[in-house]
Design a protein around this ligand. Structure first.
Ligand code: NAP
Length: 235
C-alpha cells in the first residue's frame, strides 16, 4: 500500500510514518523537514506548504516519476497559530494558518481530481477545536472547522474515495508543548490539556498511529465526508 502523508517529519505524521513503514507500506512524505531516518520504502519531498507550485511538483515527482499512486492519504500537516482573542489575531496570521491547515489541502485534492486518481481513503486531520469554539483558539478553530466542511464538500467530488475529517484527541507532540507554555488562567480550556499531559489521555504519536491504522476499516463505515472524534470509538 502507498500512503501519502503531509507533515510526516514530526508528531502524528512521524508516528504514522514509523508504524506504516513497519507494516510494509511505502510512505510518501511531504514536509519542510525530513523524517529522522532513511528507509528504502520512504520517499520524502522537502516542501513548504505555503508554496503551491512546489507542492504540485512534489506530488508529480512522487506519483508520476516514482510511480507511487497513493491508496491512502493523510492530510495531516498543521500549525497552531496564535492562542489569542480573535480581536488580537491579525488577518495575516489567520491567512497563514488557513493556508497550511486548509487551502493547501484543496490544492492537493484538486491535483488528484485533475489526474483522475481516486485513493481508497482520504483522512484530513481535524481537531475537537473545530466544533468547541473555546476562547483563544481563534485561527486554529476557524481553520479546523473549515477543514471539516472542505472534507464534507469534497466527499461529493471524490465519488470513488472515502473521506473523513478525523479528530485524534490530545497527542504528545511539539504542538502540545507549545500549548503548555500558555497559561490556563488566560485561556481556561487549556487546563484540560495541561492535566492530560503524561497520562494515557495524551498518548504518544506512535500509540495514536497504531489506533488510527487499526481502525481504518471501521472509518469507512461512516458516511464519507463526516467528522469523527477518535476518542469516541468503541473497541
Ligand atoms: N497534537 C495534538 O494534540 C493534536 C490534536 C488535534 C489535532 N492535531 C492535528 O494533528 C496534525 C499534526 O500535528 P502535530 O501535533 O503532530 O504537530 P507537529 O508535531 O507540530 O507536526 C506538524 C507537522 O506539520 C508540518 N508542517 C507545518 N507547517 C508546515 C509547512 N509550512 N510546510 C510543510 N509542512 C509543515 C511539520 O513539518 P515541518 O515543520 O518539517 O515542515 C510537521 O511535520 C495537525 O493538523 C494538528 O492540527 C494535533
Amino acid at each position: 500500500m502507498n500512503v501519502l502523508i503531509t507533515g510526516h517529519s514530526s508528531g502524528i505524521g512521524a508516528g504514522l510514518t514509523k508504524v506504516l513503514l513497519a507494516n510494509g507500506c511505502d510512505v510518501l512524505g511531504i514536509s519542510r523537514g525530513r523524517w529522522t531516518e532513511t528507509h528504502p520504502n520512504l520517499y520524502q519531498e522537502t516542501v513548504d506548504l505555503q508554496n503551491e507550485s512546489e507542492v504540485i511538483s512534489a506530488l508529480s515527482n512522487l506519483v508520476h516519476k516514482k510511480l507511487k499512486k497513493p491508496n491512502l492519504i493523510f492530510l495531516n500537516a498543521g500549525v497552531l497559530g496564535p492562542i489569542a482573542s480573535l480581536q488580537n489575531t491579525k488577518n495575516e496570521e489567520l491567512q497563514y494558518v488557513m493556508q497550511i491547515n486548509v487551502w493547501i489541502n484543496k490544492v492537493i485534492l484538486d491535483w488528484f481530481l485533475e489526474h483522475n486518481l481516486s485513493p481508497e481513503q482520504i483522512i484530513t486531520i481535524s481537531s475537537g477545536a473545530a466544533i468547541r469554539g473555546n476562547f483563544g483558539w481563534s485561527s486554529y478553530a476557524l481553520s479546523k472547522s473549515t477543514l471539516n466542511m472542505l472534507t464534507q464538500l469534497y466527499a461529493h467530488e471524490f465519488k470513488k474515495s472515502h473521506l473523513l475529517a478525523l479528530a485524534p484527541g490530545y497527542v504528545d507532540t511539539k504542538m502540545q508543548s507549545v500549548l503548555r507554555t500558555k497559561s490556563s488562567s488566560d485561556f481556561p480550556s487549556l487546563e484540560a490539556l495541561h492535566q492530560a499531559h503524561g497520562t494515557s489521555r495524551m498518548p504518544s504519536p506512535e500509540t495514536l498511529a497504531h489506533k488510527i491504522i487499526e481502525n481504518l476499516a471501521k472509518f469507512k463505515k461512516l458516511k464519507s465526508g463526516s467528522y469523527f472524534d477518535l476518542r469516541t470509538i468503541k473497541s
